[in-house]
Ligand binder design. Structure first.
Ligand code: GAP
Length: 440
C-alpha cells in the first residue's frame, strides 16, 4: 500500500504543470504566446480562490475586533496617489545589461558580477522605475486626466474613511477590510503567482488611537499567524520577520512580514505594517477635508493610527499549493495528491459509480448533493484507480464509490484522500460525513 508521504520534493515546475493540467491556472492570452505576469484562473482555480477569500472574510468578520467591508474602485484619481506618496516613491531600482539588453530589478542581482543571462559585465546605471500603471480618462490624453490602476487596495479605504465612519455605526477601534485587484508594472514578474502584474489583495486597515497601536500591532500578528494554522499550513514553514529600518515602505513605522519557506527560499506571504496616521494625515492635507475623529473622553480631535494586514490572494493560493503538494507511493506507483484543508479544496466530494451501468443510480446522489450546495463532481470515465488519482491530484478529500451492492444495501464506500482508509456508509449519511470533514 502507501509508503510515507513526502511533500519536500515539490518544485515550482511541478506546481505550474499541475495547475495547467487540471485547470487551476493558465498563462493569460496563452494562445497568443502569453502576457507576462498575468494569469487566468480555470474552473478549479477560480473555486479555490473563492474558498480562500471566503475563509479570510469569515475570519475577519467573526473575530473579536469589529471589522466591516468595502469594495473600492480600481481606477484611482491622480491626487490620491500623489497624497499617498506612491506617485513619487512607488518604484523599484532597475538596471539593464548593455550587452544583451535584459532588464533586472537591481535588488535581485549582484552588480559586481556579470549578467546572469549573457555572462558579460556591462551594466547601465541603476535608475528608478515607476511601478504604477498610468492611463487617461476620456478621449483626450493630457496631464489633467491621468488616472492610475491602484497598486494596493488600501488607499480606497483611507479616502472613504470618513464616509464609512459617518454612515456606519462603528467606533474606533475598528477595521475596514477589502478584497480586490491591484496592479503593478513589476520589472521582472516571476515565480508564477508569486510576483504578478495583475493580482488580488486581501487587506485590512485597522483604525485605533495612537496609544493602543503597538498593542494592536502585536494582536494582529498573532491573529494572522493563527489564521495560517487554522487553514492547515505547515507551521514549521511559517515565520515572522521584522523589517530593518532601511526596508520600510515610505508610509510605515514598523513592519513584520509573515514569511513562508518556498522552494525558492523564505519569502513574504503577508505584510503587517504599523502605518501610523500617515495616510489619513496626507489625505487631510491634500484634499483639505477634515479626516479627524472626535475623542469624547479627551474632548479633542485626533487622526487615528492604522495597523494594516495585507496578503495577496494569488500568493496565498501558491503557498497553499506548495504546502499541500504530496507525492507518495502506492503499489510501486507514484501518487500525487494535494492535501488541502477540506474548506479550501475546490471539490469536497466525488461520486464515482464503479461501472457505467450504475451511473443512473449514482447520478441521483450527485444531483442531490449539488442542490445542497456541496462542491461535488461526478466521474464515470476510466478505471476506479485512475479516477481516484484524478481526484487526489485536485485535492478532493472524499470519494464515494457506488458499486453493485449499493443498489440493494443503500451504502457506498467512502475513501479518505490522505489515509486511503475506506469505509462503508449509508447513502443517507453522505451529507453528514461531508459536513463533519468541513468542520474538522
Ligand atoms: N498595502 C500594503 C501593500 O500593498 P505590499 O507588501 O506591497 O504591501 C502586500 O503587498 C501583499 O500583496 C504581499 O505580502 C503579497 O502577498 C501581495 N503582493 C504584492 N505584490 C505582489 C505581486 N506583484 N504579485 C502577487 N502578490 C503580490
Amino acid at each position: 500500500m502507501s509508503s510515507s508521504s513526502n511533500s519536500s520534493n515539490v518544485t515550482l515546475e511541478k506546481i505550474v504543470s499541475l495547475c495547467k493540467r487540471r485547470g487551476f491556472v493558465f498563462q493569460s492570452a496563452e494562445i497568443y504566446s502569453g502576457l507576462n505576469g498575468v494569469y487566468d484562473f480555470g474552473p478549479l482555480g477560480a473555486q479555490l480562490k473563492q474558498n480562500i477569500k471566503n475563509i479570510w472574510t469569515k475570519d475577519m468578520r467573526t473575530g473579536q475586533e469589529d471589522v466591516i467591508f468595502m469594495d473600492g474602485a480600481i481606477l484611482g484619481a491622480q491626487a490620491v496617489w500623489q497624497a499617498s506618496g506612491h506617485a513619487e516613491n512607488f518604484s523599484d531600482p532597475l538596471v539593464d545589461c548593455q550587452n544583451c539588453n535584459k532588464r533586472f530589478r537591481a535588488n535581485d542581482i549582484n552588480l559586481e558580477k556579470p549578467c546572469p543571462s549573457c555572462g558579460i559585465k556591462k551594466w547601465t546605471d541603476v535608475r528608478q522605475f515607476k511601478l504604477m500603471f498610468e492611463t487617461n480618462l476620456g478621449a483626450v490624453s493630457d496631464s489633467t486626466n491621468i488616472a492610475y490602476l491602484r497598486p494596493e487596495t488600501a488607499q480606497t479605504i483611507f479616502i472613504n474613511f470618513k464616509n464609512i465612519l459617518t454612515s456606519s455605526r462603528v467606533k474606533i477601534p475598528f477595521g475596514i477590510a477589502q478584497i480586490g485587484k491591484a496592479f503593478r508594472n513589476e520589472i521582472t514578474p516571476k515565480q508564477f503567482l508569486f510576483r504578478m502584474r495583475e493580482f488580488e489583495q486581501m487587506e485590512l486597515e485597522f483604525f485605533c488611537k495612537e496609544e493602543n497601536a503597538t498593542n494592536f500591532f502585536e494582536t494582529w500578528i498573532n491573529k494572522r499567524m493563527n489564521f495560517y494554522k487554522e487553514i492547515g499550513l505547515d507551521m514549521s514553514k511559517i515565520r515572522t520577520r521584522d523589517h530593518e529600518s532601511d526596508e520600510l515602505a515610505h508610509y510605515s513605522n514598523s513592519c513584520t512580514d509573515i514569511e513562508y519557506n518556498f522552494p525558492f527560499g523564505w519569502k513574504e506571504l503577508e505584510g503587517i505594517a504599523y502605518r501610523t496616521n500617515f495616510d489619513l494625515t496626507q489625505h487631510t492635507k491634500f484634499s483639505g477635508k477634515d479626516l479627524a475623529v472626535y475623542d469624547d473622553e479627551k474632548k479633542e480631535s485626533y487622526i487615528p493610527h492604522v495597523i494594516e494586514c495585507s496578503v495577496g490572494v494569488d500568493r496565498l493560493f501558491l503557498t497553499i499549493l506548495f504546502d499541500a503538494y504530496t507525492e507518495d507511493s502506492i503499489d510501486g506507483e507514484t501518487r500525487t495528491s494535494l492535501r488541502l484543508h477540506p474548506k479550501i479544496a475546490p471539490i469536497t466530494a466525488a461520486i464515482l459509480p464503479l461501472s457505467k451501468k450504475l451511473s443512473e443510480n449514482a447520478i441521483k446522489i450527485y444531483h442531490d448533493l449539488k442542490q445542497k450546495d456541496v462542491r461535488v463532481q461526478f466521474d464515470e470515465s476510466g478505471s476506479i484507480g485512475k479516477r481516484y488519482r484524478r481526484q487526489d491530484e485536485i485535492g478532493t478529500p472524499a470519494c464515494f464509490t457506488f458499486d453493485f451492492d449499493s443498489v440493494d444495501d443503500k451504502q457506498v464506500t467512502v475513501r479518505d484522500r490522505d489515509t486511503l482508509k475506506q469505509e462503508r456508509i449509508s447513502i443517507d449519511q453522505i451529507e453528514n460525513y461531508i459536513k463533519n470533514i468541513l468542520n474538522k
